[in-house]
Design a protein around this ligand. Structure first.
Ligand SMILES: *Cc1c(COP(=O)(O)O)cnc(C)c1O
Length: 407
């Protein structure tokens, strides 16, 4: 039996109720001007999102998936190329690679941060690739030109970008950030001796505004950020059927635009994002304190000194994950697993030929990770209930194991 109300995994209602008048006014504005696709609300949002990310340009798109795909295409990554990324991410990362015409290849992650392990990337580039007679870096596994690398800033925390950027420069790889979970996250670059915003580090970055993201639309949305004017221009063309002006098509493109109603909504919500992210950081700190007080054996998230994460998700590791998750479900506490099967072991990618054991850190994490309720303003009382419920199950498991040993 449960002893309390629902504790939701995330809150898609509260922030919209608070902002309801302003959000409805956006729709009214669209109705009265007839500007449904493109127009001033999209341009305003692109300006303010670029400012927020500290980049020169932001291009509004219909999704994070297309943001990744268009960034690759605009950077010339496609047929005959392979793109290095991680396996513990949402499949959109690799769908975008395949849809651009390239092939995904995986390197393992750091066991504390769950993000791309730069040492593993170095090993891959040094030991599993060779340089051909044209001076191109060829992956021996796929026989393709290694053209790009996509680190994912998973759970709202930046990957260790200095090390990755250095390798990308040395091997002439296009560096694209998957920042779909990291709106507002920051990374301290030792190379530049300053904090940098997620989305401002690589050649381009992809953001998603799917409703559950830290900055979410009331529908679908995405964006590419970049300092590269040519790249931004190309992506504007790709999102709009390859046209530079109406009905003059320099190439085939896609229908990948951002709605103006979504752009107007995003612009209003963007003003609150710094506070929301701050609240997520405080709630994460509270979880850390609570976990430290109760002896749970759960592995808490790690935030290195060079990182300011925005806790899109608060993820712990537990040994008996299935039992812990069902105990929390019985207590009406929402949880998630991000993600239960690493991409290299998904049915969709059997054709890539990876096997269990190829990426041990990702595979081990996938068995143990559990995402706990996290959203701006989650109450301390709810967090206490979550941690207590978790502690009971985990402790139970420890007691049981000890009993077995002595028996
Ligand atoms: C959400 C997400 C995407 C895809 O974004 P959509 O807007 O849903 O297409 C890509 N990568 C990661 C890591 C994501 O979390």
């Amino acid at each position: 039996m449960n002893n309390g109300n629902n504790i939701a995994f995330l809150d898609l209602i509260g922030p919209h109720q608070e902002l309801e008048k302003e959000l409805v006014a956006v729709f009214q504005k669209a109705l009265r001007t007839g500007a449904f696709v493109g127009g001033s609300m999209v341009e305003e949002f692109e300006r303010s999102f670029a400012d927020f990310c500290e980049t020169r340009f932001a291009v509004g798109l219909n999704s994070g998936t297309d943001a990744l795909r268009f960034a690759l295409m605009a950077a010339g990554v496609g047929e005959g190329c392979s793109v290095v990324t991680v396996a513990n991410t949402f499949i959109a990362t690799t769908e975008a690679i395949s849809q651009a015409g390239a092939l995904p290849e995986f390197v393992d992650v750091d066991e504390r941060t769950y993000n791309m392990d730069a040492e593993k990337l170095r090993e891959f580039l040094e030991q599993q690739c060779s340089v051909d007679h044209n001076g191109k870096l060829i992956s021996r596994r796929t026989n393709r030109v290694v053209a790009a690398v996509i680190p994912v800033h998973l759970y709202g925390q930046c990957a260790d970008m200095d090390a990755i950027q250095e390798l990308a420069e040395r091997y002439n790889l296009v560096l694209i950030e998957d920042a779909c979970q990291a709106h507002g996250a920051e990374y301290f670059s030792k190379r530049e001796n300053r904090w940098k915003k997620a989305g401002s580090i690589g050649k381009a970055a992809a953001f998603s505004f799917y409703p559950g993201k830290n900055l979410g639309a009331c529908g679908e949305g995405g964006a590419v950020t970049t300092d590269d004017e040519e790249l931004a221009k190309k992506i504007r063309m790709i999102r709009d059927h390859g046209q530079a002006k109406k009905y003059y098509h320099d190439m085939e493109g896609y229908n990948g635009r951002l709605d103006s109603v979504q752009a107007g909504i995003l612009n209003i919500k963007l003003k609150h994002l710094p506070n929301w992210n701050q609240s997520r950081r405080e709630r994460a700190r509270k979880y850390n304190e609570l976990f430290a007080e109760l002896d749970t054996n759960a592995v808490m998230p790690d935030e290195p000194s060079w990182s300011k994460g925005v806790y899109h998700l608060y993820v712990v590791q537990v040994e008996n994950r299935e039992a812990v998750q069902s105990a929390l479900t019985n207590e009406n506490i929402g949880t998630g697993i991000h993600y239960p099967i690493p991409l290299h072991l998904q049915k969709a990618y059997t054709r890539l030929g990876y096997r269990r054991g190829d990426l041990p850190v990702s595979e081990n994490a996938a068995q143990r990770i559990l995402s706990l309720p996290m959203y701006p303003g989650i109450s301390e009382a709810d967090q206490v209930r979550v941690v207590e419920a978790l502690a009971q199950t985990v402790k139970g498991a420890v007691v049981q194991r000890l009993t077995n040993v002595s028996a």
